[in-house]
Design a protein around this ligand. Structure first.
Ligand code: AMP
Length: 609
């Protein structure tokens, strides 16, 4: 089979996989026929891993061991505000990882966030492999445009753990624009407004002659549907507390049920004006079961979430101003992400841009389709499609006085390189420490530290004499490498910035092996289940024939022997099943088949006779 690349939209709430088949990008449905799969992972009491719809379906009864919205935590540091916020509201347990990262404790076992995301990616890989009937190794995976280097790196690690070669990471809004413009030869400026389950992005692109050029991008990686749900949950919780003086958030199962109904009500209110919220037996007080019953109107939902929508609009305003683009120059607005189904969101976007958004794209599928298109273009030698993306954050180093010296400003087209010559700041300084930072503040400490390294062996000289060239490089994936070179000696130190991905190479290697082993075990288990079912079916059929065979051969010694033999074959099959011994089950299946045929023969003969 020719080499194929899948495109995966690894979403906060749902994930989606696509591929280009015979020149047409298509979304691949999962086993259940759904085009999107919940990005949820659970570990059951018996230690079984569940991913997707089956994980979501059992979330209420297994709330503490079911992970949702892991994307909000990927590449984040333990002490960061989003992690603190998540800790307050999620039903699973977050613990500190060994590298200042976050881990999730499920059934007493710590899992890194890239590992959890890897399970979702693995599921998407499997969906594609089942559809295509062969193994898939390469993928393009999308991330929010506003993801920083650490978050991108961690997403790449997740791909690796899932057994995928992630040949490119692309930005979600850019992927959406690719799918929107695919095969249309459009020449226009478009805005992509992407409000998903956990993140918000806005990108302005210029399309023309097969070139998709991002001019500007901005966003918030902690603003999405989850925040809308939380407003509804809080409204329900406060209402309930007022009436019953009980905080429902303290009960994990109640919290999970609240989360469920809040999201359902929110979605319902995109088409209806009112949603009934009904949670019988939500909690008990003094031995008495209490119920939660309320009506949420669309108006109330809009009031509860007004500032969230406004925040997205103000980010749009800011990015247009920064890129020096007039609103009137935008010719089309593309809506991406499930949250853009909310009428108020659509209305505010239309109001801001002064036009109705484009209705031609599917908000849940367009990102994966774009990733699939990019994947196909990357392996196609004659592709005339060119994607020019930008870096969403400025990059630089810390200089004397704790200031931030930018080498690559935000919204620079990637891949790119930049360099600058710095000098020593102290007499006889023999080493320099390079702190690599990402952000927009002039103060180094207010930006994100991506990594650090030391260049040693500098000549002793008065300050300002020794020159060091610092070079930055951003790959097409948006991943950063930095080097520092002593201009006199040519001595060089370099790093690929991986410090914030949260995992070491060794850990990744171990996880890759574990995940491969897990899949093998799962295959073996599935195979065993099939053999077991086949054997059990034969046993049932043989047992059903016993009375007639016994009747037919009554009195014959040979017959008694045959019956005895049949019983022992059945016994052996049962023992093999109980011991989960695949070979024994296969062997006894053959013997069962022979016995069944013999029994059928005896019964047929008596009928004839
Ligand atoms: P995505 O990350 O693009 O899959 O978006 C998922 C988010 O969209 C979740 O927060 C969903 O609750 C939300 N969503 C999906 N359908 C609707 C709808 N009909 N109305 C409002 N929000 C929706």
């Amino acid at each position: 089979m020719a080499e194929r690349v899948i495109g995966i939209d690894l979403g906060t709430t749902n994930s989606c996989v696509a591929i280009v088949e015979n020149g047409t990008p298509i979304v691949i449905p999962n086993r259940g026929g759904y085009k999107t799969t919940p990005s949820q992972v659970a570990i059951t009491e018996s230690g079984k891993r569940l991913v997707g719809h089956i994980a979501k379906r059992q979330a209420i009864t297994n709330a503490e061991h079911t992970v949702y919205a892991a994307k909000r935590l990927i590449g984040r540091k333990w002490n960061s505000p989003p992690v603190k916020q998540a800790m307050e509201s999620c039903s699973y347990k977050l613990i500190e990882g060994p590298h200042d990262d976050v881990r999730i404790e499920l059934r007493g076992q710590p899992y890194s966030i890239p590992e959890i995301s890897a399970y979702v990616l693995q599921e998407m890989k499997m969906i594609a492999e089942e559809h295509l009937g062969g193994p898939i190794e390469k993928a393009v995976v999308t991330v929010p445009a506003y993801f920083n280097d650490g978050q991108r790196q961690a997403t790449k690690d997740a791909g690796k753990i899932a057994g995928l070669d992630v040949i490119r990471i692309i930005n979600e809004p850019t992927a959406a624009a690719l799918a929107y413009g695919f095969g249309k030869n459009l020449e226009r400026k478009v805005a992509v407004y992407d409000l998903g389950g956990g993140t918000f992005d806005i990108s302005i692109l210029e399309l023309g002659n097969g070139v998709f050029e991002v001019i500007s991008t901005a966003g918030d990686t902690f603003l999405g549907g989850e925040d809308f749900d939380k407003r509804i949950i809080d409204w329900l919780v406060f209402g309930f507390a007022k009436e019953h003086h009980i905080d429902l958030r303290r009960d994990k199962m109640a919290l999970q049920r609240l989360k469920d109904v809040a999201e359902k009500a929110k979605c319902e209110l995109s088409s209806a004006k009112e949603a009934e919220i009904n949670l019988p037996f939500i909690i008990s007080k003094d031995g008495e079961a209490l119920h939660l019953q309320r009506t949420l109107t669309r108006e109330k939902l809009e009031e509860l979430t007004e500032d969230l929508v406004e925040k997205t609009v103000s980010i749009c305003r800011k990015t247009l101003a920064e890129a020096d683009i007039e609103k009137a120059a935008i010719e089309d607005v593309i809506l991406v992400g499930g949250m853009t189904r909310m009428p108020r969101v659509q209305a505010e976007v239309a109001k801001f841009f002064g036009m109705e958004p484009c209705k031609g794209v599917h908000p849940d599928e367009v990102v994966a389709l774009g990733a699939g298109i990019q994947g196909a273009a990357l392996i196609q030698t004659d592709s005339d499609m060119l994607l020019l993306d930008v870096t969403p954050h400025s990059l630089g180093i810390m200089i004397i006085g704790g200031y931030f010296h930018k080498l690559i400003p935000q919204n620079t087209t990637v891949p790119t390189t930049a360099s600058h010559i710095f000098t020593t700041v102290k007499d006889n300084q023999t080493s320099v420490k390079i702190l690599v930072l990402q952000g927009e503040s002039d103060r180094a400490e207010e930006n994100e530290l991506l990594g650090e390294f030391i260049l040693t062996g500098l000549r002793r000289a008065p300050k300002g004499e020794v020159e060091i060239e610092v070079q930055f490089e951003i790959s097409a994936d948006g991943i950063v490498s930095v080097s520092a070179k002593d201009q006199e000696t040519g001595l060089k130190q370099a790093i690929t910035v991986t410090a914030t991905s949260g995992l070491t190479e060794d850990e990744i290697r171990r996880m890759v092996e574990e995940s491969r082993d897990y899949l093998m075990d799962q295959k073996v288990n599935e195979e065993f289940e099939k053999q077991k079912q086949a054997a059990e079916k034969l046993v049932d059929e043989i047992e059903a024939l016993f009375p007639r065979v016994e009747q037919a051969i009554a009195g014959s010694d040979f017959g008694q022997d045959a019956i005895k033999k049949a019983r022992s074959v059945i016994e052996r099959a049962r023992q093999g099943i109980q011991a989960r011994d695949a070979q024994a089950v296969v062997d006894s299946t053959e013997a069962l088949n022979r016995t069944l045929n013999m029994f059928k023969g005896v019964v047929a003969k008596t009928r004839v006779g």
